[in-house]
Design a protein around this ligand. Structure first.
Ligand code: GLC
Ligand code: CA
Length: 564
C-alpha cells in the first residue's frame, strides 16, 4: 500500500449546529468552533470534518444546500470560515468540508429556474420525468418516506428526490451539471481545504429508464435502496470527479457509501481508488430492520465483534478504512454497542480502545470523547429530525403502540447524536446562553467536558491518553500499519486483537472484557507490559503477566499490552 500523509492522523466530526453557540441564538457557529480548536488539538485531533455549513433552508439540517458558495448565515460569514482555516493551519490541523452533490435544496437557484422552465436548460440539471398513466414514473419510496417522485407544477412531469422532496436529485448524466460541480469543488479546494467527506455519493448513478421494483412494504412502494443496488457503472462518474478535482490537489476524501457491490472495494479505496477512504458501516447496518426502525433487531456482542473483525480483515488487504462508532446519523455508540452492564465510564473507555486502535483512521464524533449517550424524549413533537418523524409514523402504521414507537426513536433517532455538545454543567450546558435549537440531553449535569477535564480517570482524560498512545513516536507505526489479527475469538465477551509490525518483530495485544464476569486470558509469554489500561491497576496486571503468563480482566476492563 502506498503510504499517505493522513494514514496516521485522527479525525473528528463537528456537527456545527450543536457544537458551540457564541451569540446566544441557540445555534452553534464558526466562532464557537474556532474557540475550541485548542481543545481539539489538546485532545489529539488532526483533521476536522465539518458537517455542512453552506447556505441551506435546513430541512435536512444543511444536507439541503441552496448555495454552494455561501456560508449559512446561522453559522457565520466567509471571513470567519477563512479565519477558521487559518487558525487550523497554525495548529497543524486540517479541515474537511461535507460535499453534498447527489442532491441540492429545492431553494437552489438551479431548481427554481428549472421550475420556471420545466423543459429548459436547468430542468436538465435534475431528473424531470414524464409520469406514467397520470401517476409517478415508478414506485420508489424515498429514504425519508413516501414517493421519491414529486409533481412538477403545471406539467405532467415529476422530479426525483431520493431523500426529502426539498432535496431534488441532481442529474449526473448532464455534462454541464458535472462541470458546475467540479468548478465548485475546486473553488473550495483552492481556499485550502484538505479535502471532503462525501455524502451519499453512490446514489449519483441512476438507471435513467427508472424501472419499478417489486413492492417491499404495505404502501406498495419499493425502497430506493433497490435503485442503488440494481444499477451498474457509478465508478465512471467517480473517476471523472476524481480526475477533475481531488487528484489535482492530492485531497483526502472519505466517502459515505452504503450498498456497494462486494467486488468494488478495491476500485473504491484501493491504491488508486476513487476515494482515499470510506467509512466502515458494517456494524451499523447489522441490526437494521427490513422495513425500518420498528423491526430492527437486538445486536448480540459476538455478532457485532465478528462483523468488525471480518470487515477489518477484508479491508486491510485492500485499503485503509475510516472507523467510527457513531456520527450525526447514528445513535450514540455508548448506548448502542455497550451491553447494559457496561454503560458506564469504564465501558466507554473500553469501547474507545477497541475502536480507536483498529486498523484504519478513527473518526471521533463530537461528544463521543466524553461518553455522551442517547437521549430519551417523551413525545414525537420533541424530535426535530425528518427521518425520525417518518420512522415514528411507520412504526405506528405497522401496529406499534405510541410507547413502542417512541422506544424505536430512542434507540435509533438521528437526534440522539444531534443534542448540543455538553461543555459544562452550567446554563445551557455551556453550549449556549440562549435556548438551544434542540433540547439538551438532561444528563449534561453529570456528563460534561468541564467536569471531565479536571478528573484524571474521566472518559475524556482516557481518550487523551489513548490518542497520545496511538500517535506516540514509539507505536505510531504499528498502530497505523501493523497487521490486524483477531485474538481469543472463542471467548464470548472478549474483544481482543493483535497489531503486528510489518517485520513481525513487534506485537501489541488489545484486550477488552465486554462480559459480566472476570475473565483470564493466557498470553503467549511472560514478558508482556501494559501500555494502557482503564483500571489504575497496571502494576498488579504487570505482576500477573510476569508471574503467571496470564492477564485477568474484570468486567469492563481494557488493557493494551506490548508483547515482547
Ligand atoms: C447522508 C447524510 C445525512 C443526510 C443524507 C442526505 O446520509 O449523512 O445526514 O440526511 O445524506 O443528504
Ligand atoms: Ca450562534
Amino acid at each position: 500500500m502506498k503510504k499517505k500523509w493522513w494514514h496516521d492522523k485522527v479525525a473528528y466530526q463537528i456537527y456545527p449546529k450543536s457544537f458551540l453557540d457564541t451569540n446566544g441564538d441557540g445555534i452553534g457557529d464558526l466562532k464557537g468552533i474556532i474557540s475550541k480548536l485548542d481543545y481539539l488539538k489538546n485532545l489529539g485531533i488532526d483533521i476536522i470534518w465539518l458537517s455542512p455549513i453552506y447556505q441551506s433552508p435546513f430541512v435536512d439540517q444543511g444536507y439541503d444546500i441552496s448555495d454552494y458558495y455561501k456560508i449559512a448565515e446561522e453559522f457565520g460569514t466567509m471571513e470567519e470560515f477563512d479565519e477558521l482555516l487559518a487558525e487550523t493551519k497554525k495548529r497543524g490541523m486540517y479541515v474537511l468540508m461535507d460535499l453534498v452533490v447527489n442532491h441540492c435544496s429545492d431553494k437552489h437557484e438551479w431548481f427554481q429556474k428549472a421550475l420556471e422552465d420545466p423543459y429548459g436548460k436547468y430542468a436538465g440539471y435534475f431528473h424531470f420525468v414524464k409520469g406514467k398513466d397520470g401517476k409517478e414514473p415508478s414506485n420508489y419510496r424515498s429514504y425519508f418516506g413516501g414517493s421519491a417522485w414529486e409533481p412538477v407544477p403545471g406539467t405532467d412531469l415529476y422530479y426525483l428526490h431520493m431523500f426529502a422532496k426539498e432535496q431534488p436529485d441532481l442529474n449526473w448524466e448532464n455534462p454541464e451539471l458535472r462541470k458546475e460541480i467540479y468548478k465548485m469543488i475546486n473553488w473550495w479546494m483552492d481556499k485550502g481545504l484538505a479535502g471532503f467527506r462525501i455524502d451519499a455519493i453512490i446514489n449519483i448513478k441512476k438507471d435513467l429508464s427508472f424501472p419499478s421494483f417489486e413492492p417491499d412494504g404495505p404502501d406498495g412502494l419499493a425502497s430506493c435502496v433497490k435503485m442503488v443496488e440494481e444499477v451498474q457503472g457509478v465508478g465512471e462518474y467517480l473517476e471523472d470527479i476524481k480526475k477533475n478535482t481531488f487528484a489535482k490537489y492530492d485531497a483526502f476524501t472519505v466517502a459515505e457509501v452504503f450498498n456497494m457491490k462486494d467486488d468494488e472495494l478495491a476500485e473504491f479505496i484501493g491504491d488508486d481508488g476513487h476515494f482515499s477512504t470510506m467509512f466502515d458501516f458494517s456494524a451499523h447496518v447489522l441490526a437494521q430492520g427490513e422495513n425500518g426502525w420498528y423491526n430492527s433487531r437486538k445486536l448480540s456482542f459476538i455478532e457485532w465483534r465478528d462483523t468488525v473483525f471480518a470487515s477489518q480483515k477484508r479491508m486491510q488487504s485492500i485499503g485503509f478504512p475510516a472507523n467510527i462508532i457513531e456520527n450525526h446519523d447514528e445513535p450514540r455508540g455508548a448506548s448502542r454497542f455497550l451491553p447494559e452492564h457496561a454503560q458506564n465510564e469504564e465501558g466507554k473507555k473500553m469501547l474507545a480502545t477497541t475502536s480507536v486502535l483498529l486498523y484504519g483512521i478513527p473518526f471521533i464524533y463530537q461528544g463521543q470523547e466524553i461518553g455522551m449517550t442517547n437521549c430519551r424524549r417523551n413525545d414525537i413533537s420533541e424530535y426535530d429530525d425528518i427521518s425520525t418523524k417518518d420512522q415514528y409514523q411507520e412504526a405506528l402504521a405497522a401496529g406499534c403502540s405510541r410507547e413502542q414507537a417512541l422506544e424505536c426513536c430512542y434507540e435509533n433517532s438521528r437526534d440522539n447524536a444531534r443534542t448540543p455538545m455538553q461543555w459544562s454543567r452550567g446554563k445551557g450546558a455551556g453550549f449556549s446562553d440562549g435556548t438551544p435549537w434542540i433540547a439538551l440531553n438532561p444528563n449534561y449535569e453529570q456528563i460534561n467536558v468541564e467536569e471531565q477535564e479536571s478528573r484524571p480517570d474521566s472518559v475524556l482524560s482516557y481518550y487523551k491518553k489513548l490518542l497520545a498512545l496511538k500517535k506516540s513516536p514509539a507505536y505510531k507505526e504499528i498502530f497505523t500499519y501493523g497487521k490486524f489479527v483477531p485474538a481469543y475469538e472463542d471467548q464470548d465477551g472478549i474483544f481482543a486483537f493483535y497489531r503486528i509490525s510489518e517485520d513481525e518483530k513487534e506485537k501489541i495485544l488489545v484486550t477488552a472484557n465486554y462480559g459480566k464476569e472476570a475473565c483470564t486470558l493466557r498470553l503467549e509469554s511472560r514478558t508482556g507490559k501494559i501500555l494502557l489500561s482503564n483500571t489504575g491497576a497496571e502494576d498488579a496486571r504487570d505482576n500477573e503477566i510476569r508471574r503467571e503468563g496470564t492477564i485477568t480482566l474484570e468486567s469492563c476492563e481494557t488493557a493494551v499490552i506490548l508483547l515482547g
